[in-house]
Design a protein around this ligand. Structure first.
Ligand code: SF4
Length: 379
């Protein structure tokens, strides 16, 4: 099984108010230094697995100079053993330009993931996110130039209404992406938008309306032959995102750049999100890591559950290799606390429809079970 590699490009032209990703205000003076550090960081890692997926996320990789993107791709390929099946670049709609897309294709990206978020201008304006007036034309151009296309949407931003959700679904129907990610807005994150909500400057949509709109999304994507293979992800013709599957299947991946994380041989790391510190550590030949965890067997089991239960295929416990006594304990607790949310075959744990809709409660309960298990098996 191959590994994945994620590269974080943090620069953005401006900050969208709903965004809680690690971003840095774009400044051409910062790019060269970041590029040099990224390349040195890539050289610090070696991994026995072949890397088969690349994912450039951000931030705004679509804003990064094309010659530097090309240089990074070449550097990754010369520093790691690679047999690339999928190379994704995230893009903002207003940065989709023919020449750029041609360059991306030429240098080896074979998948583009566009953050549309909403086709409704007034919603994006509230979120301080630029809106190209020719959004549809740009997406059509991208569709024509890339065989594998994802469109991202967010459900539940301020001003959300049935009419604009229908407009988003029509846009999906007109463009025909291979993959759609339709996330429900997460109000738990500390963002500029949530401060405005707390200060009563703007309002989030009513949860009852949101539930109805979520059903509309599920039903409409189903009718368009999209298969829901993860809580927020749909694909046609087996075009699941191979890179994201590595996260959800708890497989191995490297993460490079500010705030990026990796999972190698049961160890997890997260890089610092502080740009100065990132450069300082790399300048001293140190990995720019701020958190490092060597997972216990129980932690690894629960990470596999937290990630894998997001998938329609679930988690196959019978082939997982975890000690039988841990699995027996887990299943006995799941029967008691989570039986109504999971399919009855406990060898393969899969969220049923209710479980998918109440996944947050399921994950919360799993945290309690994890604590019980850690106490029960502590030596
Ligand atoms: S949503 Fe995307 S473009 Fe907007 S600030 Fe966040 S990373 Fe940058």
């Amino acid at each position: 099984m191959g590994a994945g590699a994620y590269v974080h490009i943090p620069f953005c032209a401006r900050k969208c108010s709903y965004c809680d990703f690690c971003t840095v205000q774009y400044d051409s003076a910062l790019i060269d230094e970041y590029h040099r550090s990224l390349k040195r960081e890539i050289e610090m890692y070696s991994i026995s697995d072949t890397v088969e997926t690349l994912y450039f996320g951000g931030g705004s990789p679509s804003l990064y100079p094309v010659e530097l993107l090309n240089d990074l791709l070449m550097h990754l390929k010369s520093s790691l053993r690679t047999e690339i099946r999928e190379a994704t670049i995230e893009a903002n709609p207003w940065e989709l330009e023919r020449e750029r897309l041609q360059e991306w294709r030429k240098m080896g990206f074979n998948r583009v993931s566009v953050g549309v978020q909403s086709s409704e201008k007034s919603i994006l304006e509230i979120c301080e996110r630029p809106v190209p007036s020719d959004l549809k034309q740009r997406l059509i151009m991208c569709r024509e130039m890339f065989d594998n296309l994802n469109l991202d949407f967010i459900l539940g931003l301020p001003g959300e209404a049935e009419s604009n959700v229908r407009a988003n679904l029509e846009l999906i129907g007109a463009i025909g992406p291979d993959h759609v990610s339709y996330y429900v807005f997460d109000s738990d994150h500390e963002t500029e938008l949530m401060s405005q909500v707390h200060d009563a400057i703007i309002e989030l949509p009513d949860p009852g309306i949101l539930e109805r709109l979520h059903d509309l999304v599920l039903e409409s994507l189903g009718k368009m032959d999209y298969k829901r293979y993860e809580i927020s992800s749909w694909a046609v013709d087996n075009r699941e995102c191979l890179h994201n599957l590595k996260y959800w299947r708890n497989e191995q991946y490297l993460g490079f750049g500010l705030s990026a994380g990796g999972h190698i041989d049961g160890k997890r790391y997260v890089n610092t999100g502080d740009l100065r510190r990132y450069h300082d550590l790399i300048g001293r030949n140190l990995a720019p890591v701020s958190e490092f965890t060597q997972n216990t067997v129980i932690q690894e089991l629960f990470e596999a559950l937290f990630m894998g239960l997001r998938l329609a295929e679930g988690v196959n416990l019978s082939r997982s290799g975890y000690p039988g006594e841990l699995l027996d304990f887990l299943i006995s607790k799941i029967r008691v606390y989570l039986g109504e949310y999971l399919s009855p075959d406990y060898r393969v744990l899969v969220l049923n429809e209710i479980g998918m809709d109440f996944s947050r409660s399921v994950f919360q309960k799993l945290l309690d079970i994890k604590e019980e298990m850690e106490i029960a098996f502590s030596t």
